[in-house]
Design a protein around this ligand. Sequence first.
Ligand SMILES: Nc1ncnc2c1ncn2[C@@H]1O[C@H](COP(=O)(O)OP(=O)(O)OP(=O)(O)O)[C@@H](O)[C@H]1O
Ligand SMILES: [Mg+2]
Length: 594
Amino acid sequence: MNRAETPSSAAAALTDSRLAALTAKAAERAFANYQRRFDEITHRARARFLAHDLKGSYADAAERLHLYGDVLADLTTQITDLMGPRLRERNVWSAIKAVYSSFVAQSRAWEIGESFFNSLTRRVFATEGVDQAIEFVDSDFDAPPTSSPFDVGRIYSGAALLELISAALTNPEAGGFAAECWDELGVSVGLAAERVEAEFRGAGRRGSKVRLEMINRAFYRGGGAYLVGRAISDGSNGVGLPLAFCLRHEGERGVTLDAVLFGEADLSILFSYTRAYFRVRADCPHSLVHSLRQLMPDKRLADLYNAIGFNRHAKTEFYRDFIAQLNASADHFNTAEGTPGMVMVVFTLSSYDVVFKVIKDRFDFPKDTTPNEVRRRYKLVFEHDRAGRLVEAHEFEHLRIRQNRFEPVLLEDLLRATGKTVRLHGDDVVIDHAYVERRIRPLNIFFTEADASQRAAAARDYGQAIKDLAASNIFPGDLLTKNFGVTRRGRIVFYDYDELCFLTDCNFRDLPQAKTYEEEMSAEPWFSVRENDIFPEEFLNFLRLPEPACAALLEQHADLFHPDFWRSVQRKLREGEIPEIFPYPPERRLVTAH
Ligand SMILES: Nc1ncnc2c1ncn2[C@@H]1O[C@H](COP(=O)(O)OP(=O)(O)OP(=O)(O)O)[C@@H](O)[C@H]1O
Ligand SMILES: [Mg+2]
């Protein structure tokens, strides 16, 4: 091709408004393409569920996670070509934003479209902080009013509770499955109705008429499908009891109702930031998120967008919330409580329950990993099933925060230990890369504060957390309690990923028996140890758990300290077994064993 015909030089000849229109159109097309492919994958969930195709379900989840980045990479190339030397002309970008805004005004997913545009401009400009002229820092649109009952809901009323539940479960137009797909529908519905009635009795609302308000679509994840909503009794002034029907489909039996969850706490655990995203029809994400928020008012919008698979937009929502919090508060960023990291500098604002983690330039002894390797492991967690036990870490780039919000000691520490990532710019601190995650109470601190029964309960769940991770093919690497935390729902989760690896890559060994006195007394191992060798019999020595935590852990999870347990999990994983980790405790199940 003649040089004069290349698109780059063609851009030079276009008026600003023409170039803006062409670029905005390309961005709009790319966004439409993203949405179409997102919906396609999401719509497959129902068939995967009915075919009990767990492998396919996980593959879809992974494909959908990559989609945004893939579409955006293509678009960036296309626009770089289209705009040529004018790629970074800010006045053109202000015009592009205006044209694009008129496109997304037509979309039912306008906020997702705005974030998509932000992702594009941030790629082009590597913007420090944010820039309202070329980004949708705030939305261009007032959110439409949301209503109660749900915008995306279906009400079942005017019959006995049994019939209402049955109608909700079997209505295919509202996420349910036709009666003929079910195994023992009547029995399940009977058990579910009993549970709902018991919950109402507990709340002193016996005898009143009940209606069900359900979100009119199913939420799919792993091998499960979930129908969520609330039960409202006449006497309750419209305050409902949030609930979730948890459906499974295994073997030839048909669909079963495995469990019923009640209350905000149960639902919060189902929609937790420690789990993979749901696949759920979300033609208007705003309506869906606001309906969910009526059930879980404590969750941030960011968490709910995340839960339904819009993790990039969740970052926009998080950022808006964070800036609002900064403006509404005056406290200072400080080093997070707990044992300081050897790999990360971790800091937090006492008035806001997230932590910021910045990778150090150099790691303290004995860490021999590299910053890239640390990032690789955090990425692995993002892509892997988090099993309800790994805190989600969002990556942020080029954060800009006023210097006077930092405690001087922390700032000094950041500039010294993370100088490649953190620098001063005028009155601001610019952070080129940070992981942002929910702040939880580090388990080592919790053990010093909690009473005996809380310590025992935490230790039991700590053991279960390690087992859940094992079942999902994850070995945390560093089992020390400083790397685990307690959520506000009392669950034990893990947050330090720099040594995390696949369980099937580990070599779980028996501890060799010493044959001589010298071997017995040796401080260092007298046998050779390779990198992936792990000796479960030694775990308990270095964990140094307080009592009664130690006894409680041993009582319920003594098998963790024997290599046989680990090797048997490895065997199952290698045979392709994908064990289901339920997002609810066994007592919520209607039938405890299949
Ligand atoms: N999500 C969180 N909530 C609360 N505190 C946290 C969180 N993440 C980290 N911390 C605190 O920061 C410390 C260091 O974090 P982290 O363990 O992730 O870093 P690290 O450098 O990888 O640690 P290590 O030296 O153990 O490898 C933790 O010991 C804990 O006290
Ligand atoms: Mg740590």
